[in-house]
Design a protein around this ligand. Structure first.
Ligand SMILES: [Zn+2]
Length: 70
């Protein structure tokens, strides 16, 4: 059968936006995306989001209007 894809620009694609990567900024399509990826890496490395669940006190989270005292 064939052997080449219809739309295969180099084979690599920008992992950021999905556009065909540019040979000059591989594997990204542009320096902007490369920078974005770098920032992402740095950001994730700097602050690793282990759990998005904030440790709450527990009490005082359900009462909306704690002004009801018989
Ligand atoms: Zn891109």
């Amino acid at each position: 059968m064939g052997g080449k894809a219809k739309h295969d620009a180099g084979g690599n694609r920008c992992p950021i936006c999905g556009k065909p990567s540019a040979p000059r900024h591989r594997p990204f399509c542009s320096r902007r995306c490369a920078d974005l990826d770098l920032h992402r890496w740095l950001g994730e490395g700097y602050r690793i989001p282990t759990d998005e669940a904030p440790a709450d006190g527990g009490a005082g989270s359900d009462a909306e209007d704690g002004d009801d005292r018989p």
